[in-house]
Design a protein around this ligand. Structure first.
Ligand SMILES: [Zn+2]
Length: 494
């Protein structure tokens, strides 16, 4: 049998004893992955369906080739090969001819004859000195319109560098206010901005950086209803989102409108970057036809992210955007760059267009936008999730119960790092992903109250317990953050 290295991605490492790679022996890719699941049974439900099929949001690469375009799980391996498990994160051969530059006009940016002012000649002098940019390129940037979806960790560096570069119109989509926990990575904002609408601050900051840039604020949630109208005026779309429903929405709307989508995503210490341009290469759905179930992949708010990571990933997105607009170099079309900050390594995987892609192939069946929260299995705001209804308890009522003669069993379903930030007195820590393993230790006779950061994970965990026959289960409404607001402000919110 061949001796092969299997690379385990960060989200799954806790199920593999913390290992980033495992030496495994086997003859085929399928045998290796089954062997990995045997060695670490906790990985099994993440990799395989209950019927034993490999889950289709898990992509396997043999060296740098997607095994879907080799012999799938029967693809043979030899000594020294590297098999990488590449899951979708709140994320083949280079197409036979090498990717061509966009050409002199870029993605539909009109050429401009109007000259640059004396100030602009000075402001952009280091660009104009580059033969690949020159006066013509700088004027093209001035005519360009770029939409950045998400004014957060990725949108901050992207928008600042695009404004500095002289991209004439920058659209931003976001509806949040600046939160203190944003400042560790969202460098658009400063401490006095906390509480102000992000787009108000971003517009001021970007226009101060470069008054020649027009910043258009789309202060709304991007949805299937408004996506075409919001995206249509722009030449390039930058995906700086942090959730799967918006990511699939941005992809599908970009494909249907024929616009390039500059993709970036971050998770803990790892980033992904690519350019999806369905006219010239694969789209996000070619890589990940379906999203992972919502409870398998935690968000950055739950899992954490190294503050400088989105800085680097966002700058790679800005680089690709400028190249697309100028039509220079070799765009990241058909290639996925994986960046690991802990080892400071970049790996490049070759992506292929999926001949059966539902949105971008010649046989595409999806011709319009769909219900993305439903597609991703997350409840639409206001909709009732499936399964038993979970009773909630307010912080005030919980405080009263804890002081009574029969206090409930208090379960904290967050991660140990969150527990270390602060927790409720008398609580027991069982992270959500480990709840099922510990379910036998819980007595069904006593009332169980679960809590997390904001009430979402505890609601899902409470529903699991109700499904398993527990009857007296509640979830703390608003989580520990609500407890901090209502009962004990010494417990830090985050
Ligand atoms: Zn596709």
């Amino acid at each position: 049998m061949a001796k092969v290295t299997v690379k385990i991605p960060t989200p799954l490492r806790s199920f593999a004893g913390g290992a980033g790679e495992l030496p495994v022996e086997g003859d085929t890719v399928g045998a290796l992955v089954h062997r990995v699941a045997e060695l670490h049974p906790g990985l099994k439900r993440h990799l395989f369906t209950p019927e034993g099929r490999l889950r289709n949001f898990v992509t396997l690469y043999l060296n740098d080739k997607d095994v879907r375009y080799l012999d799938r799980d029967k693809t043979p391996v030899k000594d020294g090969d590297v098999v990488a498990i590449v899951p979708a994160i709140a994320g083949g051969a280079r197409s036979s001819a090498p990717s061509r530059a966009a050409g002199p006009t870029g993605p539909g940016v009109p050429a401009s004859s109007a000259s640059l002012s004396t100030d602009d000649l000075l402001r952009y002098s280091r660009h104009i000195l580059l033969p690949e940019v020159g006066l013509a390129g700088q004027k093209r940037l001035r005519e360009a319109k770029v939409l950045i979806v998400g004014a957060g960790g990725l949108g901050s560096p992207t928008s600042m560098y695009l404004a500095a570069a002289g991209v004439g119109e920058i659209g931003l989509v976001d509806f949040d206010a600046v939160d203190l926990s944003n400042l560790q990575r969202q460098v658009l904002y400063t401490t006095p901005d906390v509480g102000r609408p992000k787009l108000t601050v971003a517009k001021e900051r970007l226009e101060a950086l470069n008054p020649g840039v027009r910043v258009v604020a789309h202060e709304e949630r991007l949805s299937s209803e408004n996506a075409f109208d919001v995206l249509r005026p722009y030449h390039v779309i930058v995906d700086g989102t942090d959730n799967f429903p918006t990511r699939y929405l941005v992809n599908d709307a970009s494909v249907l409108l024929g616009k390039p989508n500059v993709y970036g995503s971050v998770y803990r210490f790892e980033g992904q970057v690519s350019v999806f341009d369905a006219k010239r290469g694969p789209c996000y759905r070619c890589l990940y036809p379906e999203p992972p179930p919502p409870d398998l992949v935690p968000s950055c708010a739950e899992a954490g992210v190294l503050g400088v990571l989105p800085g680097l990933v966002g700058m790679l997105q800005a680089t690709e955007t400028v190249k697309l607009l100028l039509g220079v170099g070799e765009p990241l079309i058909g290639r996925l760059v994986l960046y690991d900050a802990l080892t400071l390594t970049f790996r490049e995987l070759h992506l292929q267009k999926n001949p059966e892609c539902v949105i971008c192939s010649p046989t595409a069946t999806q011709k319009t936008l769909i219900d993305y929260p439903a597609f991703c299995g997350v409840p639409t705001p206001g909709a009732t999730p499936s399964g038993p209804k979970v009773p909630e308890i307010t912080p005030e009522a919980l405080e009263a119960e804890l002081g009574s003669g029969e206090p409930p069993l208090l379960l904290d379903v967050r991660e140990p790092e969150e527990w270390a930030l602060g927790h409720l007195p008398g609580a027991q820590l069982i992270p959500k992903g480990e709840l099922l393993e510990h379910v036998d230790e819980l007595t069904r006779a006593r009332e169980v109250v679960l809590y997390c950061r904001s009430g979402s994970r505890s609601g899902q965990s409470a529903r699991q317990l109700l499904t398993l026959g527990f009857t007296n289960v509640k979830s703390l409404k608003g989580g520990i953050n609500a407890w901090s607001d209502a009962i004990d402000p010494t417990i830090p919110k985050y």
